[in-house]
Design a protein around this ligand. Structure first.
Ligand code: ADP
Ligand code: 5GP
Length: 359
């Protein structure tokens, strides 16, 4: 299952990072030494999760192509040099680049997950930096290998590789994540780019905010009506969000849209996303994460739609919600709105990497 695969891959990337980081710290960054260290990690089982095939493949790819990978990183910009990075960032960009260049894994999740690792292990500013380097490396690599990559030679063009994680027939997507991360904003940006995309309109018991239109932003209903919809089985999922109001997805509309062959997107909280995953095995769920915790706090404060009390409550919920990211099929970091919206669109198959605007 792709969810488990993605969690396991993140763990294995961290194990791979341990090996290259140690080699760097001990001045053992030569192919033979690196493979020796890798062998030790494969055999010795300490309290740590051992390094498995996926982690070993990344380290091996780097060991075999060290010079090429380092040259590519140096070439990606005049503004940075490996020698001026700290050992954590250096190891992250080396392994991320090796994975992109030699393992031909899907670009967006590889970059997202290495940026995630930077978010956990390094400084705030490293996240954007790591994403910048890896995107540049991927661009240059794609330009250089267009039409003759190993994957293409084996008949594995990017569409087939996508299909490995996201079957071509996949049309049902959920966008979830902590409150204030930017789900609504990213959804609106994707909607603006792809008016034909079918986005569910939820039912809620909360009151409309200024400017919100019934039937457009939400169907605003009272508690009795919401109870009735639950009782009638009209909701695909529903949840009490932030301990206050209830929100739910009308079932019939989603079924009709999927039945009509449309690509469907729901923007819902984690609780609802978990329910959908349990009842709809074909769904693909995207977790939107903030670049840093401080960003999330600032965004929630900046939105100015909640009282102080409500904001604190939402932040408490968000702390728990952030820890759930590994449950989902894909993690996307909402740094820049435009970039994030394009990444979500690419994951949904609305947009191919080389041809934006395609539907
Ligand atoms: P959610 O729907 O996840 O609760 P919102 O879409 O309401 O979050 O976004 C929360 C706040 O953060 C809003 O003020 C929005 O304008 C801002 N925001 C969202 N995405 C970004 C981004 N990539 N960069 C800067 N601000 C953002
Ligand atoms: P808001 O009140 O800011 O519009 O939304 C609050 C939260 O409710 C957001 O995190 C949003 O994702 C979530 N939400 C909106 N619609 C639904 C829904 O139909 N089901 C669930 N479970 N959550 C929803």
């Amino acid at each position: 299952m792709s969810k488990r695969k993605s969690t396991a891959r993140t763990t294995q990337r961290r194990r791979a990072l341990d090996v290259v980081f140690e080699a760097d710290e001990r001045d053992l960054l030569r192919p033979d030494d690196l493979e020796q260290l890798l062998n030790e990690r494969q055999v010795v089982s300490t309290a740590q999760v051992p390094i498995n095939q996926f982690g070993s493949d990344i380290v091996t790819a780097y060991a075999h192509h060290m010079i090429d990978v380092d040259t590519m990183i140096e070439a990606s910009s005049e503004d940075w040099a490996l020698s001026r990075m700290n050992a954590v960032d250096r190891s992250i960009v080396r392994l991320g680049s090796a994975e992109l260049m030699y393992l031909n894994h899907e670009r967006a999740p590889v970059i997202s997950e290495w940026a995630n690792i930077a978010r956990t292990l390094s400084t705030d500013r490293s996240v954007g930096f790591v994403m910048g380097v890896l995107n540049r490396v991927a661009d240059i690599h794609e330009d250089e290998t267009r039409g003759e990559s190993l994957g293409a030679a084996m008949g594995l063009d990017s569409t087939t590789r996508d299909a490995d994680r996201r079957p071509e027939k996949q049309r049902f997507f959920v966008l979830t994540g902590p409150s204030g991360v930017g789900k609504g904003t990213v959804e609106a940006a994707v909607r603006a780019m792809y008016p034909d995309l079918w986005i569910s309109t939820s039912v809620t018991t909360r009151s409309p905010r200024t400017g919100e239109v019934d039937g457009q932003h939400y169907f605003f209903v009272d508690d009795a009506k919401f109870d009735q919809m639950i009782a009638n089985g009209d909701l695909l999922e529903w949840a009490t969000v932030h301990g206050t109001h209830r929100y739910g997805t009308p079932k019939a509309a989603v079924r009709d849209a999927l039945g009509a062959g449309k690509t469907v997107l729901l923007e819902i909280d984690l609780d609802g996303a978990r329910q959908i995953r349990a009842s709809e095995p074909e769904v693909y769920e995207i977790f939107l994460a903030p670049p840093t915790w401080d960003t999330l706090r600032d965004r929630l404060a900046g939105r100015g739609t909640e009282s102080e009390d409500e904001r604190e409550r939402r932040l408490e919920t968000a702390k728990v919600e952030l820890a759930a990211e590994s449950e989902f099929d894909e993690i996307v970091i909402n740094d820049d709105i435009d970039r994030t919206a394009h990444e979500v669109a690419r994951i949904m198959g609305l947009e191919k990497p080389a041809a934006s605007g395609e539907n």
